[in-house]
Design a protein around this ligand. Structure first.
Ligand code: C2E
Ligand code: C2E
Ligand code: C2E
Length: 89
């Protein structure tokens, strides 16, 4: 176990995501919308996603999970805490 506590969750900021240009955020926005639909979870400002889903998204964006995490932090879609969630990959 990490001395910093449990692995933080990957929490997508849906309001920020909606503000981003489609050419960048399109694949992530579609992925998040699919998860919302599967869960029936439409009212949230944020969406907690699986670590596995970040791996899939990294393939879609042709980046490593670490690189994609940095990009999503730069966009303001993920909290910097998310770095610790991908360290365990
Ligand atoms: P599933 O993977 O067979 O999960 C069935 C139910 O188990 C989920 O229903 C949820 O109540 C619970 N569950 C499974 N894994 C977790 C988890 O890590 N945390 C929590 N809190 N609950 C979990 P739900 O939410 O209605 O989702 C239905 C189906 O939609 C899931 O079936 C899965 O196929 C898909 N799904 C939902 N959210 C995600 C997601 O974040 N990523 C992926 N890849 N699929 C998801
Ligand atoms: P948490 O996981 O730290 O989530 C804090 C708050 O962020 C939640 O408060 C909710 O307002 C929002 N949030 C986080 N992820 C999602 C998401 O995927 N969809 C939506 N719509 N909102 C999200 P809330 O609902 O009052 O829950 C408080 C705490 O209760 C959560 O803290 C979590 O520890 C637990 N919790 C609530 N629902 C579930 C659940 O379905 N599964 C599990 N395992 N824990 C849950
Ligand atoms: P959480 O609900 O607090 O779950 C934390 C971790 O516990 C999950 O990390 C997963 O490793 C494990 N876990 C929890 N419930 C289940 C389950 O039913 N089956 C399995 N195989 N493992 C489970 P993970 O996968 O990275 O998910 C992170 C967060 O994403 C979850 O936190 C939850 O907030 C959300 N989430 C993931 N999948 C689903 C889902 O199918 N439905 C819903 N409603 N939320 C989900």
């Amino acid at each position: 176990p990490s001395p910093l506590g449990p692995t933080p969750k990957l929490v997508i900021d849906l309001e920020r995501l909606a503000q981003l240009p489609k050419d960048k955020a399109g694949p992530l926005a579609r992925y998040a919308a699919t998860i919302q639909s599967q869960r029936g979870d439409y009212n949230g400002k944020v969406l907690s996603i699986r670590q596995e889903d970040l791996r899939s998204l990294a393939v879609i964006y042709d980046k490593s999970p670490t690189e994609l995490t940095e990009e999503l932090i730069n966009w303001g879609v993920l909290d910097p805490e998310a770095r610790r969630a991908v360290e365990s990959f």
